[in-house]
Write a protein that binds this ligand. Sequence first.
Ligand code: ZN
Length: 191
Amino acid sequence: MKRNLQNSTSILLPFYMKALTHVLLVAAVLSAGSIFSQAQSKVSAEGYVCLPCGLNCDERVYDKPGLCPYCGMDRVKKSTVMFGSIEPDQLCDYVSKNPNVVLLDVRTRTEFEERSVPNYGTLKNAVNIPIQELDSRLAELDAYRNIEVIVYCSHGQRSSQASYLLSQNGFGNVRNMTGGLRVLKDDGCKK
Ligand SMILES: [Zn+2]
């Protein structure tokens, strides 16, 4: 009886070894797969972009931070860009159909009051907080955290930086008007 048992163990041993080899092989494939997907997500998480402002460089992805050579703005991690865009030719129509939208003008008070040269005008019902003061005056916008905010300036760069700041501070529905008032042809929503 004892002898038989020994025999069956020695018969089964190659089977165990084979099964173990399979298990190790599967484990190796799985871990290689997870290393690969980690490497992939690492690459996509570390891509850097300049803040979308309507220029051609919006689509570029860089592998390190620094200044964008085209628009001069700081690059940020792509995964941190959490605001949208609206084209100037869509703006007035959109605002007339969505009267609850908050329009945030981040130009200087002089520009907002149309005392600057050139004067690009000002949108009706806009709130003015210059970009330089936005960080310290965020509390004034607290009521709008869950309302759509469309940010604009003259060329779309200050507003993209302001949109980024807002979205980083809990404003969940922010859009930048690309290109700024300079390229807004429709006077329908201007003062
Ligand atoms: Zn750029």
